[in-house]
Design a protein around this ligand. Structure first.
Ligand SMILES: Cc1ncc(COP(=O)(O)O)c(C=O)c1O
Length: 386
């Protein structure tokens, strides 16, 4: 078979019309029970599928398509991006271990790490995502079993030097897990960079329509097997309709991602030049302090970024700017078709915070000029009220 680009794989992976009356999209099989023709077959697990929770043609189609995009042995679908984070971490640690997390870890992931890991006898330690590699090396002990990466970081978009971190981890026999929701399989080659465990919130770009909650987590060889085993033991599975919607979303993800990327860059470039803006947190822009890492490691940027408004600007002015935007919904999540804006609420314990009010924008797939015009009108309101 000829080698295909990731964009083509997203469109073509897991199509089996020859097994499906010529219909391109795999059908939605609703199943808990899967019947066997006799007791011997039941006893010996004869047949491709045994029990709905453990896999159906529907779940297999989605998981295989995402695994193909990542070029890894196995990917498991779990009920949310957060559960992908949880599974990725728990499959790599055991009682008595220590695990390292970037201070810019996604907020709900941080809550899990802080509240639940100690209950499992695992010590979480936070590190500065842009700190020196020697400082990270100082945190590694004989008990360290996992270094977790999220690049760029949630809300504040710090880029991490994954090459240096992976080298450090592997020299010490430590696994590396990465939340690749921002980079996606299309813009960041997780396994090509030597990372062991991939996590992606399929709720975002893969599903792409703000109506599905799903996560993906996986790896190669024993790591991939441990992840699948963990999901089996914990009874994690996703309903067939959500599998179907995620795979359906994947078909157009390359196009949506491209438009969202272009919109994000256009908005970020315009916003960056406004006098009320004291910081632009977009790794794809030359002004980003770790732009060189993005340029070295990524082949694109998604449409999610933040900007920092001068702390002296009043709540009323910011509220008036945001509340009256026509094109941007006010809400969490991202990766859907529609643009969103929100104010960042986050915790940091070992790294510095941007000085000012951090606003996050998700650029959807709308017309670029309509988004720009709306934001321009928003800044006029901000300026008038200040
Ligand atoms: C970077 C990142 N990872 C994971 C998640 C969690 O995804 P979900 O909302 O599907 O649990 C999010 C959600 O916003 C996210 O931004």
């Amino acid at each position: 078979m000829t080698k295909k680009s990731k964009a083509t794989l997203a469109t073509h992976a897991s199509l089996v019309p020859e097994r499906n009356f010529g219909i391109p999209n795999p059908p939605v099989y609703h199943a808990s029970t899967i019947l066997k023709s006799n007791l011997s077959d039941y006893r010996n697990h004869v047949g491709e599928y045994d029990y709905g929770r453990m896999g159906t043609p529907t779940s297999e189609a989605t998981e295989k398509a995402v695994a193909q995009l990542y070029g890894c042995d196995d990917i498991v679908a779990v009920p949310s991006g957060l559960s992908a984070i949880v599974v990725g971490i728990l499959s790599a640690v055991k009682n008595g271990d220590q695990a390292l997390f970037p201070d810019s870890l996604y907020g709900s992931g941080r809550r899990f790490v802080e509240q639940e890991l100690p209950r499992q006898g695992v010590e979480p330690v936070f590190y500065d995502p842009t700190g020196k590699i020697d400082d990270l090396a100082d945190l590694v002990t004989a008990q360290t079993s996992l270094i977790y990466i999220e690049t760029p970081g949630s809300l504040t978009f710090e880029m991490q030097d994954t090459q240096a971190i992976v080298t450090l981890a592997h020299e010490n026999g430590v696994l590396v897990a990465a939340d690749n929701t921002w980079g996606t399989a299309l813009y960041y080659d997780v396994f090509g960079h030597g990372i062991d465990i991939v996590i992606e919130a399929g709720t975002k770009y893969i599903s792409g329509h703000s109506d599905v909650s799903i996560g993906f987590v996986g790896g190669n060889g024993d790591v991939g097997r441990a992840i699948r085993n963990h999901c089996l033991n914990y009874g994690l599975c996703v309903g067939p309709d959500d599998h179907y919607l995620a795979l359906r979303g994947l078909r157009t993800m390359p196009l949506r991602l491209k438009q969202s990327e272009q919109n994000g860059l256009a908005l970020a470039r315009w916003i960056e030049d406004q006098p009320e803006v004291v910081g632009m947190l977009h790794p794809g822009l030359e002004s980003h302090p770790q732009h060189h890492l993005w340029k070295r490691d990524f082949s694109g940027s998604c449409g999610l970024f933040s900007f920092v408004i001068d702390a002296g600007i009043s709540d009323a002015a910011v509220d008036d700017m945001v509340n009256n935007l026509e094109m941007f919904g006010i809400g969490a999540s991202w990766g859907g078709f529609e643009s969103l804006i929100s104010e960042a609420n986050y915790k940091r314990s070992v790294s510095s915070r941007p000085n000012g009010r951090v606003m996050r924008i998700y650029a959807g797939v709308e017309d670029t000029n309509d988004l720009l015009a709306d934001i321009e009108r928003g800044f006029e309101r901000l300026r008038n009220l200040k």
